[in-house]
Each structure stands twice: as structure tokens, then as C-alpha cells.
Design a protein around this ligand. Structure first.
Ligand SMILES: Nc1ncnc2c1ncn2[C@@H]1O[C@H](COP(=O)(O)OP(=O)(O)OP(=O)(O)O)[C@@H](O)[C@H]1O
Ligand SMILES: [Mg+2]
Length: 263
């Protein structure tokens, strides 16, 4: 008998994600062929920080390998907020960026090219959604990125900024996970950028990129809530908009301190 165990991570934007034995089954979308090419490339490149694509099943779902370990749920467990974990996530993202560099996506891949163009001249196919729920840990150390649904052409800096929105976190203290309420975010940004090996130019542009990104995410989420509905609408009704506004205010208030810590 096949047992399907429902999985949900974070915002549960993707409905119908289940575990079957050592596999994960996820619904296909327009982006799936491009993401599958990406996962095959990572496998060929020997990058083991991502699930393997095993095919599609009789219900038309993608079949991925189950990555052994745990993904931090909210409230975040202690192991997910250490500086070692933070540096580990940065190293994982860097490893992914190195492995994906040589990937030539199909020319007709239905990425969100409008958003990509706004990020600047694309350098890589970024993961673009490195939240705690999308990182698998084993014995307290991050070992894999999962959930490549939002992958698209972007810059390294943009992918780093998106990760830091969650892992800094670049957020008002009142919206942070309990264990990160009083976190020294300036220090955490520095730890992440050091472990990633972020170039000096990119460090100097990081806060500006965060500022631009917040404004764009606000608009993008509002539009998705209206036009796509489902999980996006639930996110928006749950106060995603005001959370972004508070994060923007916090960033502006702490700009000089953060900038000094980064450069
Ligand atoms: N390949 C995998 N290996 C191990 N765990 C997985 C894997 N895929 C998914 N999971 C678990 O299932 C949860 C949900 O999966 P996934 O992130 O793919 O979908 P989702 O979070 O519902 O989508 P979204 O991030 O778009 O809201 C993850 O947070 C993780 O705990
Ligand atoms: Mg997820």
C-alpha cells in the first residue's frame, strides 16, 4: 500500500505536496520543465545540496528524492538560529551558485523575465526562496536547498538579499521569530556575507538592493493575492503587506549601522 503523508512548509503556497516513502510528490506548474533541467544540471555537476529529480508519477506530479533531515518550522528551533547555521546556509547558497553557473536554461523557459530584468543583468539561475522552511538540516547543519519553484535568472546579490530577508532577518523585531527578536542583525549580515564570500561591490550595494526588493515584493505579493489567490491571498490577508512596510521602516532606521557593519 502506498502511504501519502501531506507536507507543508512555511506559507503553504504549494498545495498538495506529499511524501511517499523516500520520495516527495509535488504538483507540476508551467515552470516545472525549466526547474527539472536545473535539478538535472545540479545532479550532473555533482552538487548534492538539492533533491534529485526522479521523474513524474501516474498522477502527473513531479517525483523528487526525499532529503533526510529536518526543515525548521516556526517557532524556529535553537539549531536554526546559530551563527554556524547562518554561515552554513551562506556556504550552501554559494555552493549552489557555483554549481548552477554553467547551466544554460532552455530559451523558452517560462521564468518571470520581467522580475529578472529588474534585478540587473542575470548572472545565474537563483533559488530566490531560501527561507528556513526550504533548507534541510542534519545534526544542526544545513545540507540542502529544496523547493526550487521560484528559481529564475537573477544576480548573486539578489539571491543573497532574498536569503537575508529571512536569515538576517531583515525584519522589524516584532515580526521576527522569538529566538531572533533581539538578534544583532548587522553582525548576522556580516557573518553571512563572509561565509558566502560576497564581493566588496556587492556588499556596498546590498542595502540598496534590499530597499528595492521590499518595494517590489510588496507590489508583487499584492498582485499575486489578487490574481492568483489561494496561498498568496491567505498570506496577504495574514498581514504580509504591513510586515513588509515595517521591515522597510526598520531598514531605513538602521541603515547607517548596518552599512558600517557590512563594509
Ligand atoms: N525533497 C525533500 N526532502 C525533504 N523534505 C522535503 C522535500 N520536499 C519537501 N520537503 C518538506 O516538505 C515541506 C514542504 O515542501 P515544499 O517546500 O516543497 O512546498 P511548500 O513549502 O508547500 O511550498 P512553498 O514553499 O511554495 O510554500 C518542506 O518545508 C519540507 O519540510
Ligand atoms: Mg517550501
Amino acid at each position: 500500500m502506498t502511504v501519502e503523508v501531506p507536507l507543508s512548509g512555511g506559507d503553504v503556497v504549494t498545495e498538495g505536496v506529499v511524501r511517499v516513502g523516500d520520495t516527495v510528490r509535488r504538483p507540476l506548474g508551467p515552470h516545472s520543465p525549466a526547474v527539472h533541467g536545473l535539478l538535472r544540471h545540479l545532479e550532473a555537476a555533482g552538487f548534492d545540496g538539492a533533491p534529485r529529480l526522479l521523474g513524474t508519477d501516474e498522477h502527473g506530479r513531479e517525483v523528487l528524492s526525499w532529503v533526510r533531515g529536518e526543515t525548521p518550522a516556526r517557532p524556529l528551533p535553537a539549531y536554526a538560529v546559530t551563527e554556524e547555521a547562518l554561515a552554513g546556509v551562506a556556504g550552501l547558497l554559494r555552493g549552489y551558485h557555483e554549481a548552477v553557473r554553467a547551466y544554460e536554461p532552455p530559451a523558452d523557459a517560462p521564468w518571470d523575465t520581467v522580475a529578472s530584468a529588474l534585478d540587473g543583468a542575470p548572472e545565474i539561475i537563483g533559488h530566490c526562496d531560501v527561507t528556513p522552511e526550504n533548507v534541510v538540516f542534519r545534526a544542526g547543519a544545513p545540507v540542502a536547498l529544496i523547493d526550487f519553484d521560484l528559481a529564475r535568472p537573477t544576480t548573486r546579490l539578489y539571491d543573497v538579499v532574498t536569503a537575508l530577508r529571512h536569515w538576517g532577518p531583515i525584519a522589524d523585531p516584532c515580526d521576527r521569530d522569538g529566538r531572533l527578536y533581539g538578534a544583532d542583525v548587522g553582525r548576522r549580515l556580516r557573518v553571512f556575507c563572509d561565509a558566502y564570500g560576497l564581493a566588496g561591490d556587492d556588499r556596498r550595494r546590498l542595502l540598496v538592493a534590499a530597499r528595492v526588493r521590499f518595494e517590489r515584493s510588496y507590489e508583487a505579493m499584492r498582485l499575486r493575492a489578487e490574481n492568483v489567490g489561494g496561498g498568496w491571498a491567505r498570506l496577504w490577508q495574514g498581514g504580509a503587506g504591513p510586515r513588509i512596510r515595517r521591515a522597510q521602516d526598520w531598514l531605513e532606521r538602521n541603515w547607517d549601522d548596518l552599512d558600517a557593519r557590512l563594509t
